[in-house]
Design a protein around this ligand. Structure first.
Ligand SMILES: NC(=O)C1=CN([C@@H]2O[C@H](COP(=O)(O)OP(=O)(O)OC[C@H]3O[C@@H](n4cnc5c(N)ncnc54)[C@H](OP(=O)(O)O)[C@@H]3O)[C@@H](O)[C@H]2O)C=CC1
Ligand SMILES: O=C1OC[C@@H](O)[C@H](O)[C@H]1O
Length: 401
């Protein structure tokens, strides 16, 4: 019963966190949001209300009325809109940091422009369409002394850090295989979703596979050495005309070679088809690490605040032993770090982002090399499936930036 009450309280508070009082000792970091994106409320607006040093000050949308409605709904002071709205927001001297939740294919252009305008950037995953674009964005951030972070929010949560700590402790021995899955049932993504648009950087591997690949790289503390195999199913809308040429992966699977003869497999799916044409699947969000001396099976590594479980099985002469851990706080995971059990991954991420901007040491970070390598291996997997990388941006940055 107490577990059920704890679950309800945690989820309720996570989705509707208490507003914090502004910190008297620190000037608030003012955010501007590019696009009235669906993810913005959960990934930034709600966590920012609970962070004493942040204010979401402005939003820009291509349509000013849409921006105004979004601003009114979420209590955002300043509105930009129309064809010049995004750039006007970047030029607003009141703004310190930009949240970029644009379609993947626009990440590079608008992050480069934001950095050129002197703003720190919290950039949605995946960082761009190519590793080269990713490298350029981080180089510009470094040159300008600005913070740029790929918003791999799950990495800031204590649960996945606990899984990594168990692996790194060596208690389970060397890693033999990691499998990571992120797949949602058919029907959640509409056919016109940005994720199904090749020109905008769509595809299951871009959208969800980026997590599974990152999780494999993070937990193994390594990069793949090669892509052993990769396959995809293409997205074809039910109402597609006969002339429709599918070009985006609805799902991708891949197997990877890791150092020390280990292997990994990933699976991502934007819409798992119904079984027998009528039975929907359940969401699949899981990472399993098989080691020489046991296994860790983590359910829900992407949104662990809502619910997760970490099942650790150790091999032994008299049969294995299994324990289940739940790690909603750093204290529960025997680690150092701030936070409440109801903090969403995004709130932990915001804490780290603000710490970095303010010159404090964040609890953890997603490094430039990480983001570039993840994008590189996404491209390698796409090359192996035959689909190839998403289109490189046509934006040419100004040399004076
Ligand atoms: N961290 C996380 O958990 C999640 C991250 N994401 C990432 O966030 C990004 C946005 O995803 P999501 O919020 O679901 O997407 P949405 O489609 O809701 O938002 C994308 C925004 O991009 C703007 N936009 C600008 N140009 C275009 C264009 N040509 N076509 C379509 N939209 C355009 C729109 O802004 P405008 O209002 O100006 O029209 C729109 O609001 C993606 O990179 C995705 O990978 C998504 C979901 C979860
Ligand atoms: O967390 C997520 O889950 C659903 C995805 O489509 C989304 O883009 C991703 O970030």
């Amino acid at each position: 019963m107490s577990t059920v009450i704890g679950f309800v309280k945690r989820v309720f508070t996570a989705l509707s966190p208490p507003a914090s009082q502004p910190s008297p000792d620190s000037k608030p970091l003012k955010f501007g949001i590019l696009g009235a994106a669906a993810i913005a409320p959960i990934a930034l607006i709600s966590p920012a209300k609970n962070h004493p040093e942040t204010v979401v000050y402005a939003v820009a949308a291509r349509d000013k009325a849409r921006a105004a409605a979004f601003a009114k709904k979420y209590g955002i002071e300043k509105v930009y809109g129309g064809p010049t709205g995004y750039q006007e927001l970047l030029d607003d001297p009141e703004i310190d940091a930009i949240y970029n939740p644009l379609p993947n294919g626009l990440h590079y252009e608008w992050t480069m422009k934001a950095l050129a305008a002197g703003k720190h950037v919290l950039l949605e995953k995946p960082p761009a369409d190519t590793a080269e674009e990713t490298r350029q964005m981080f180089e510009l951030a470094e040159k300008k002394g600005l913070v740029l972070l790929e918003a791999f929010h799950y990495r800031f949560h204590p649960a996945i850090q606990r899984v990594k700590a168990i692996i790194d402790s060596g208690d389970l021995g060397a890693i033999k295989h990691i499998s990571a899955t992120l797949a949602l049932p058919k029907g959640i993504m509409k056919s016109n979703d940005i994720r199904y648009n090749y020109a905008l950087g769509g595809g299951a591997l871009m959208d969800m596979g980026c997590y599974t690949l990152d999780c494999i790289r993070y937990l193994s503390s390594s990069n793949p050495t090669s892509v052993l195999s990769a396959n995809h199913d293409l997205h074809t809308p039910a109402s597609a005309a006969s002339s429709f040429k599918p070009d985006v992966d609805r799902s991708t699977t891949a197997t990877l070679a890791l150092p020390n003869d280990a292997t990994a497999s990933l699976k991502c799916d934007l819409g798992i088809p119904f079984s027998y044409g009528i039975v929907p699947s359940v969401p699949q969000v899981r990472a399993i690490v098989t080691c020489e001396g046991g296994e860790i099976d983590m359910f829900n590594f992407v949104a662990p605040t809502l619910y997760h479980s970490i099942k650790v099985t150790t091999k032994g002469a008299n049969g294995g032993k299994t324990r289940v851990e739940k790690v909603y706080t750093f204290a529960e995971g025997k680690m150092e770090g701030k936070g409440e059990a109801w903090w969403m991954t995004y709130r932990f991420q915001l804490e780290a982002f603000v710490d970095r901007v303010k010159g404090r040491t964040p609890q953890t970070w997603v490094e430039k090399e990480d983001s570039i390598a993840n994008m590189h291996w996404i491209e390698q997997i796409y090359a192996k499936t035959g689909l190839g990388s998403r289109p490189k941006s046509e934006f040419v940055p100004s040399q004076s930036a």
